[in-house]
Design a protein around this ligand. Structure first.
Ligand code: CP
Length: 348
């Protein structure tokens, strides 16, 4: 029976089964508890020989890149090398392909884990196929690829830290979640990963709050319904708050200006108005509500303005910090330090 996660690729959140995701969340909870109790956590560290963790970011990032670098450094030591690839000064600028680039990097360690952010949707699936062929030809272990955000497609490690944070807020009860997704649901990859990531909860109710121009693509809405989620649609925060059944978990996204066409950009100020939280809405919120946001937020036009920072509803700071812990555990799993008590070769 296979119990390890070596050579696994996380291109989309569904690459980890619900059972595997729950294992990661339980281990993250354990790591945090043991760390803050001052206990030994060395069993989480990668022991495999000559492992290279490569952080390859071709698109801008603060949180994902830096939390992965720090998570990788948790593992670094005589066995584990942490490499931050300088894509700006690499041979990408001489039109070298992703396949050739990652083939070369794979050759510098016995086993590699790549953390990859690019605009190219599906890049990790492509690399998984092509580089495993290269590895077989050259007698190298098949590497792992971790999608750190590919265009407007998916952001599975953000999904892991989001779901972990929701569970933490819920006292690790996964029987039910009612969540509002608010903002640019068309271009935001973090909300696209929720379509399958929320399946860790047994009962799911999702409220989509966005103007028509920024609404979640229909195929994702259909998938959520197929997954058994109850889905409701609202065109603005004002409309959402005008009814009584308001979620206690709100997940905001920024307007992804860099991914918008001219037609949307020319009315962006009107669209932004519909999904920006205002002081006048505060009284309509349910008791105990928490706001989350993958960040970054726009410094001039944030959907969660700064007046919210000091209120108890601020959940996004804890959420961002959880990224460090969740990513340590993901690397522990993909680096062979953690094995599951169940068969990892099976797909759900
Ligand atoms: N949440 C997130 O992906 O942020 P960065 O773009 O800063 O990594």
């Amino acid at each position: 029976m296979k119990r390890d996660f070596l050579g696994r690729t996380l291109a989309v959140i569904e690459d980890l089964s619900v059972e595997e995701q729950m294992f990661l969340y339980e281990k993250t909870r354990e790591l945090k508890q043991r760390w803050y109790n001052g206990e030994d956590v060395s069993d989480f560290r990668i022991k495999k020989r000559n492992v290279g963790i490569y952080i390859v970011f071709v698109e801008p990032s603060t949180r994902t890149k830096e939390s992965f670098i720090n998570a990788a450094k948790f593992h670094s030591g005589p066995n584990v090398k942490v490499n931050v690839f300088d894509s700006e000064h690499s041979s990408f600028n001489k039109q070298e392909s992703y396949t050739d680039t990652f083939s070369m990097l794979t050759g510098y360690s016995d086993y590699s884990i790549f953390v990859v952010r690019t605009r190219l949707e599906g890049v990790c699936r492509l690399l998984e196929r092509r580089i495993s062929e290269f590895a077989s030809r050259n007698g190298i272990e098949v590497p792992s690829f971790i999608n750190a955000g590919d265009g407007k497609h998916e952001h599975p490690t953000q999904e892991l830290l989001d779901e972990y944070t929701f569970l933490e807020q819920n006292g690790f009860d996964n029987s039910f979640i009612h969540v509002a997704l608010v903002g640019d649901l068309l271009h935001g990859r973090t909300v696209h990963s929720k379509v399958n990531g929320l399946k860790i909860f047994k009962n799911v109710k999702v409220d989509l709050v966005a103007p028509e121009e920024l609404m979640m693509p229909e195929h994702y809405v259909e998938k959520m319904k197929k997954n058994g989620f109850e889905v409701r649609i609202f065109s603005s925060i004002r409309e959402y708050l005008s009814q009584k059944d308001v979620a206690k978990i709100w997940y905001f996204t920024r307007l992804q200006l860099e991914r918008m066409g001219e037609d949307i950009l020319e009315k962006v100020h009107i669209l932004r108005e519909a999904v920006t939280f205002k002081k006048e809405y505060l009284d309509a919120l349910p008791e105990g509500v928490k706001f989350y946001h993958p960040l970054p937020r726009h410094k001039v036009y944030p959907t969660i303005p700064n007046f919210l920072d000091t209120l108890p509803l601020n959940g996004w700071e804890t959420q961002a910090r959880n990224g460090y812990w969740v990513r340590i555990v993901l690397l522990s799993m993909f680096g062979g330090a953690l094995e599951a008590p169940f068969d990892t070769s099976k797909k759900e």
